[in-house]
Design a protein around this ligand. Structure first.
Ligand code: ADP
Ligand code: MG
Length: 704
């Protein structure tokens, strides 16, 4: 249960004064990117900081006012000059003056009655806004504030300016934020006092207040003490939550899986190649993990084509040798089918029984698979996420391999652990997206990490070129020549679903155009086709029956056709860097020279150009991942935006790298001293975890 003290912060936005259903909706839209599933609460306003500041402290006379600057002036209202009848374009002007000169307040589309009430002739009013010189006349178009002298103290002299969304006024945002700040209870200090003093950081409350009441431009910066403090709070919550998951994992007993090595030996003999040094090293790490009586939670990072599938098979073989079962989960049915094919070839001759379970296995076939699984007659079950749904019961599941799932977030890992219950299964997550160091810490800090650093020998680098779309004919001519030598090519188009929005050349159109030229040698595969149509197209390509496979990003992950040596990516400027790297990884798998053509539509934006250059200059996935992080930010790199994984609201990486390292060290130290957060500081840290919504980690404490 969330500590009582936080209740006011987790109340609904409509609890705030002046926020009805309409404004609530707008505020939610504004806060949604940061909040869970768009369900914004008052606490989300606390972390929604002003972007800039309007300084209204300058109090010039009319003669002293500087055009272009913000001024707050006391003026006497002399005369109203409404526009002539029927001339809506002419502004409504109100002539004002002081002892030094005259000032025109200018209003477009004005409501006369309202202005007469606000600015009665003969009275003094305080007006604040930007003044302008209009052909020698001093004007203030649409003053930001108009008040009587008596109300002067209501004028915000230093006015924070919040990021807005259409329909939401700055005033509403400011009032809502002010109310949220006012609701902030006095919270206990969870940071180490000595560390706070050394950093010269304020308390949490003071930091929130300062962030919302900037006194200077400096106060708006992420480097200000208030922002740094809050970023550190958030990173500490993140690191503490991951450390708790990890600690829990190490406490839960798993099972010691050793096996006698017979299956692994047979697989080794069946393989047409030797393991790379990286593969051998990683297998050693995995075998050691599995032999431990604790659960394995290991992330295997390996660039596309580095040979993760063999590692997965060998890891599963350990469990099978020990008399247990294994599961292999792929992100798409296409990949699940491909894994089935690969494993059938290598594993079945060694006596390992492999089966596939996807949404397409229905009726009798499905129940037969499920029965065999429950009887222990299937050693490896391959499938999509449906593998871990209700009704799929293994006789004795010991290891789960999750392939290509860079979207497999902490939530899902926790769900899987819960599902495995007393079964205590070992988990190996494989990702082809090399993950930058900082993101490893923030998103996978609960896992052990293995890396496949080098690729199997004999691979040639992929010759990568960027070309504008207007050279399409040239590209087609070259393609024709290459196909004549027996080569095969992928032709990737942006997603079909997004085509209307992005005005993408739909894969279908491109398919039709290529068919007109290349005839039956072209096949099409995209996400909206039926599973069997997709398979048929892929199969025809894999068997060499077609030469060109027009595809959307469904082929992004995992698909393996070594004879394909050409990759054309249309509208390459619309893809992310890591995604382009993944796509390029589909070629260069055999021993012949491969090519990747990045077709783009000029003009290229600055970032798109940087992205295409980064790709041309490097084939090192780890380097590309760091570049991607720099160009796009963490959430996009990991695809967490879609997965519902909480983004950081205050902290930002790699900007706050230094804080992240400190937070990690701190989290470790904290748990070393107080493993269940029951001590005095531990109690305050629980509040921190709830505040930043790392509740799941706390549930682990209860369960443990
Ligand atoms: P990924 O890491 O992208 O999943 P795969 O496991 O699909 O890579 O392997 C890519 C290709 O490399 C496959 O054709 C596979 O058979 C081959 N391969 C894997 N390991 C080796 C090795 N040690 N030596 C040579 N080829 C290998
Ligand atoms: Mg793979």
């Amino acid at each position: 249960m969330r500590p009582h003290i936080l209740t006011p912060l987790f109340a609904d936005l409509k609890d705030l004064q002046g926020i009805g259903p309409r404004l609530q909706k707008l505020l939610k839209r504004l806060l949604a990117p940061q909040a869970r599933q768009g369900d914004a609460k008052i606490v989300d306003l606390l972390f929604h900081f002003p972007l800039s500041l309007i300084d209204r402290r300058a109090r010039p006379t009319i003669a002293q006012a500087v055009p272009g600057q913000i001024a707050t002036m006391a003026v006497e209202v002399a005369e109203h000059r409404p526009p002539p009848r029927g001339q809506r374009r002419v502004p409504y002007r109100v002539i004002c003056s002081d002892d030094t000169g005259s000032l025109e307040l200018v209003f477009f589309h004005a409501k006369a009655a309202y202005l007469e009430k606000q600015l009665p002739v003969g009275e003094t009013r305080i007006v604040s806004g930007r003044v302008e010189d209009y052909g020698g006349r001093l004007q203030m178009p649409h003053p930001d504030h108009i008040l009587s002298e008596a109300d002067l103290d209501e004028l915000p002299l230093l006015e924070p300016v919040y990021p807005l969304t259409a329909g939401l006024s700055g005033k509403v945002a400011r009032k809502a934020a002010a109310q949220a700040v006012a609701r902030l209870p006095k919270l206990p200090e969870w940071q180490d006092p000595a560390w706070l003093a050394r950093q010269h950081w304020p308390s949490f409350q003071d930091a929130v207040c300062a962030a919302h009441a900037p006194q200077s431009e400096d106060d708006l910066l992420p480097s200000s003490p208030a922002h740094r403090r809050l970023a550190f709070d958030e990173l500490l919550a993140n690191q503490l939550a991951l450390a708790l998951v990890r600690q829990r994992l190490h406490k839960t007993t798993g099972r010691a899986l050793r096996g006698d090595g017979t299956l692994r030996a047979r697989i080794g003999e069946a393989l047409p190649f030797e393991l790379t040094p990286s593969q051998a090293q990683v297998m050693g790490e995995i075998e050691a993990d599995m032999a431990e009586p604790t659960r394995m939670l290991r992330l295997l990072q390996g660039d596309v084509g580095s040979g993760k599938t063999v590692v997965a098979l060998l890891a599963m073989a350990v469990a099978i040798e020990a008399g247990a079962q294994a599961a292999l989960m792929a992100p798409t049915e296409l990949l699940a089918r491909q894994h089935l094919k690969t494993l059938m070839e290598i594993a079945e001759p060694t006596g390992i029984r492999v089966a596939l379970l996807t949404s397409r296995e229905k009726g009798k076939a499905r129940s037969e698979i499920l029965d065999a699984l429950a009887r222990g007659e299937i050693d490896i079950l391959i499938g999509t996420h449906a593998l871990f749904q209700e009704g799929v019961d293994f006789k004795d599941l010991a290891v789960a391999v999750i392939d290509e799932q860079h979207r497999f977030g902490v939530h899902q890992r926790l769900a899987l652990q819960a599902k495995s219950g007393a079964g205590a299964i070992d988990v190996l997550v494989m990702t082809a997206t090399p993950i930058p160091r900082t993101l490893l810490l923030t998103h996978y800090g609960d896992m052990e990490v293995s890396k496949l650093l080098e690729k199997p020998a004999g691979r040639k680098p992929v010759a990568t070129r960027a070309m504008p779309i207007d050279r399409l004919n040239e590209i087609l001519d070259r393609l024709e020549a290459a196909l004549a030598t027996g080569a095969q090519a992928y032709w990737v188009c942006p997603l079909v679903e997004e085509s209307d929005v992005l005005d993408a050349t739909a894969a279908e159109e491109r398919f039709a155009a290529l068919k007109a030229r290349f005839g039956d040698r072209v096949a099409l595969v995209h996400g909206q086709m039926s599973g069997s149509d997709k398979d048929a197209a892929m199969q025809a390509f894999a068997d060499g029956k077609v030469s060109i496979l027009v595809a959307t990003t469904v082929i992004e992950v995992g698909v393996d056709v070594p004879n394909a040596t050409i990759m054309v990516i249309e509208h390459a400027e619309r893809f992310g860097l890591a995604q382009l790297h993944q796509l390029r990884g589909r070629v260069g798998r055999g021993s012949s020279q491969s090519a990747c053509i990045l077709m783009y539509k000029p003009p290229l934006s600055e970032t798109a150009r940087a992205r295409l250059n980064a790709l041309r200059e490097s084939e090192d996935g780890f380097k590309i991942a760091e570049d991607d992080l720099r160009l796009r930010g963490g959430g996009e790199v990991l695809g967490t935006r879609q997965s519902g994984l909480p983004e950081f609201r205050v902290a930002s990486l790699p900007r706050d790298d230094d804080l992240l390292s400190a937070a990690r060290d701190d989290a470790r130290l904290i748990l070393a001293n107080d493993a269940d957060l029951s001590g005095a500081r531990g109690q305050t840290l629980r509040v921190l975890l709830y505040l930043f919504e790392r509740d799941e980690a706390i549930r682990l404490l209860k369960a443990g």
